[in-house]
Design a protein around this ligand. Structure first.
Ligand code: ATP
Ligand code: MG
Length: 661
């Protein structure tokens, strides 16, 4: 039988946790044993981190798989857990949010102030007739009101659907319609790249197509002119005038908390539904464990946008449930200069930084001298999420940002999983550059072949989750069938084989000789070259390990002799010459470099030097569009693409691009 997914690269570097950090770590090695001995008891213990109005009587009800119920009949209020209880415990003066606007304006919000804001917003929602069982669309820039709006919805039992503030009328209106939302919360605009960027006109157009919307609440952020309609109400004339007392009612542990659409890297976004008790348990536990958060002394900063699941779980619900002090930044990393992130780290003495590989690679491209000009000594833990992190980028992050002092935690998870699933623990795990290492305590991840058999160490295949977990998605909003088809019908009971329900994540992975997990990208992207299944990630990482390369994306294009052939799109580093003969030589060198690193089977047929790559709004590379280009097809769904002009540039280059040597 042929192998499911080839294992081509190997990595021998390993970094044990710093001793002092390990000694004082929130979570130690015994957590794995405790969870393995009794997984449900382990999660019940973690649920005790929260304040429950009514204790659950069953940890997990899995009698109707794959529809899980966690903490059955328990009741809690999510906003109470994220805000009120810290104030009641005497920590009202602790800073919850250090907010930094892109133009340099700032706001400091303590937990006591956050409680006031959330209570006022909750009172306004009630006045507008929004309560349990309703949906609210949130379309805001990265301003504190975004977190306040989410928490206010949670507080009154309304389900929020946050739509990324850069999306089009079409994307916003289909999401409003799909969720049948009653209210939109938006702003006049936000600051992006040094200028006000309007949001309200998009909402005006979308709302005209959405009869379910009864009211539009508008935060004034930029002061730009806005059209004013019957349904519009200013935030400062409603919320900021509302009563500051609001008593939070508890809701059932399975009460819906939010709908969030996936990033759309692979196709049409799916409306993922999350509920309250299990979700908050897992995001609270993982935020505490993976980032080793010491709420009294740490300053945490997650650079994601609130419109993505990372913003939901690791800006709003995880950190706030843990009483963290965090930085929230409105704008782009290069405004006014390419050092903005490092300025912010030094200014607020950030100790835990959580960002994405796309940003790390961009910082690499901009040059080591930029972070070198900053102190950065407050940092103690670095995190990564969103895509596989190439070993080269991991090492750059460790050396240039962490100054070889900070553990790097590469965290694998998805919108669907709600919380982190596979990650090192910074006080326990000896990390390897580019590996997410092992499932967290209480999580059962595995790599299997197409018969759902575990692959041995050294083998590659499909990443699956064998047991339900507290923050798992409950369904795709309004489409149980798509939920079953997408995640549960590939392996196990849902595929008609055996009694076990096995969740298929859609990602490829391998186990190295020690059993550590290496994420290899989407299985849809795997290339079949002369009978070998080759992952995009391994070839991309080999390219990025060449000193002339900043970023790379590879796809398999139909080829008459090999079935598929590897086509690579490469962004050279800033100082690299690419014109004429020099460019052609670089092309040859890169192809040989890959062949030498991974073996001749992985040698790209063709390399395109490009100025940019197509990315989703959350910064992930969209390989399916590159495949369309490589195979001369018209482009598939581009609604979640960051910048459509990029595709024109790449297609133009493709026609003139040289192939073959
Ligand atoms: P869609 O499902 O609509 O195509 P998406 O999968 O990009 O969109 P998200 O839920 O935001 O939407 O992303 C989750 C995916 O991101 C994972 O399935 C995986 O492919 C990738 N990913 C996230 N973190 C990591 C990581 N640490 N290592 C490797 N891949 C990661
Ligand atoms: Mg996905």
């Amino acid at each position: 039988m042929s192998e499911t997914l080839a294992n081509l690269s190997s990595e021998s570097r390993q970094f044990p946790p710093p001793e002092a950090l390990a000694a004082a770590a929130n979570v130690k090695a015994d957590a794995y044993e405790e969870a393995a001995a009794d997984r449900l008891a382990f999660w019940a213990t973690q649920a005790d981190r929260l304040d429950w109005a009514k204790k659950w009587d069953q940890t997990l009800d899995w009698s109707n798989p794959p529809f899980a119920k966690w903490f059955v009949n328990g009741e809690l209020n999510v906003a109470y857990n994220c805000v009120d209880r810290h104030v009641e415990a005497g920590r009202g003066d602790r800073v919850a949010i250090h907010w930094e606007g892109e133009p340099g304006d700032t706001r400091t919000i303590t937990y006591a102030e956050l409680l006031k804001l959330v209570s006022q917003a909750a009172n306004t929602l009630t006045d507008l007739g929004v309560g349990a069982g309703d949906r609210v669309a949130i379309y805001l820039p990265m301003i504190p009101e975004a977190a306040v709006a989410m928490l206010a919805c949670a507080r009154v039992g309304a389900t929020h659907s946050v739509v990324f503030g850069g999306f089009s009328v079409q994307a916003l209106s289909t999401r409003i319609q799909d969720a049948d939302a009653k209210l939109v919360i938006t702003a006049d605009g936000g600051y992006r790249r040094g200028k006000p960027s309007a949001l309200k006109p998009t909402v005006d157009e979308a709302v005209a197509q959405c009869p379910s919307i009864e009211n539009v609440l508008v935060v004034r952020r930029t002061g730009q002119d806005v059209a004013w309609n019957d349904k519009d109400k200013w935030w400062h004339e409603t919320v900021e005038q509302a009563g500051t007392e609001h008593k939070a009612q508890p809701f059932d542990a399975e009460h819906p908390l939010f709908i969030l659409y996936t990033s759309g890297t692979t196709g049409k976004p799916k409306g993922i539904l999350h509920t309250t008790g299990g979700y908050l348990t897992q995001v609270s536990y993982t935020h505490n464990a993976v980032f080793d958060l010491k709420p009294e002394s740490d300053v945490y900063w997650c650079t994601a946008d609130i419109g993505w699941v990372t913003g939901h779980s690791y800006i709003v619900y995880g950190p706030l449930s843990n009483g963290a002090t965090q930085v929230m930044y409105e704008g782009t990393p290069d405004t006014p200069g390419r050092d903005r992130f490092w300025q912010i780290v030094d200014k607020y003495k950030v100790s835990i930084l959580y960002t994405a590989p796309t940003l790390i690679r961009t910082m690499m491209k901009w040059g080591d001298d930029i972070p070198a000009g900053y102190d950065l000594s407050s940092l103690r833990i670095l995190g990564s999420v969103g895509e596989p992190i190439n070993p080269e980028a991991w090492m750059w992050y460790r050396e240039n940002i962490g100054r070889e002092r900070c553990p790097v935690v590469d965290t694998w998870w998805q919108t669907e999983t709600g919380g982190i699933m596979i990650s090192p623990l910074p006080g326990v795990t000896a990390t390897k550059p580019g590996s997410a290492m092992t499932p967290l305590p209480g999580i059962t991840a595995d790599v299997v072949d197409d018969q759902a058999q575990s692959v041995p160490n050294g083998g590659g295949g499909f990443l699956v989750l064998r047991d339900p977990w507290p923050s798992m998605l409950r369904t795709i909003w309004g489409d149980d069938q798509r939920f079953l088809d997408t995640y549960w019908s590939r392996f196990g009971a849902g595929a008609g084989s055996g009694d076990d329900w096995i969740y298929f994540a859609g990602d490829g992975s391998k186990k190295d000789e020690d059993g550590a997990l290496w994420l290899l990208g989407r299985v849809d992207d795997v290339m079949l070259v002369s009978g070998h299944n080759i992952s995009t990630t391994e070839v991309e990482s080999a390219l990025v390990s060449h000193p002339s390369v900043a970023e790379a994306a590879v796809v398999g294009a139909t080829d008459p002799t090999t079935g598929q052939a590897i086509v690579a799109f490469v962004i050279p580093r800033g100082n690299v010459e690419t014109e004429g003969d020099i460019g052609e030589q670089l092309n040859v060198d890169l192809r040989n470099h890959v062949a030498k690193t991974l073996g001749p089977i992985a040698k790209p047929r063709q390399i395109m030097l490009v100025p940019e790559l197509p990315k989703t709004r959350s910064g992930k590379i969209m390989r399916r569009l590159l495949k369309d280009v490589a195979e001369n097809r018209s482009l598939g769904d581009v609604t979640t693409l960051q910048d459509s002009a990029v595709m024109d540039l790449i297609s133009a280059g493709m026609q003139t691009g040289k192939s073959e040597d």
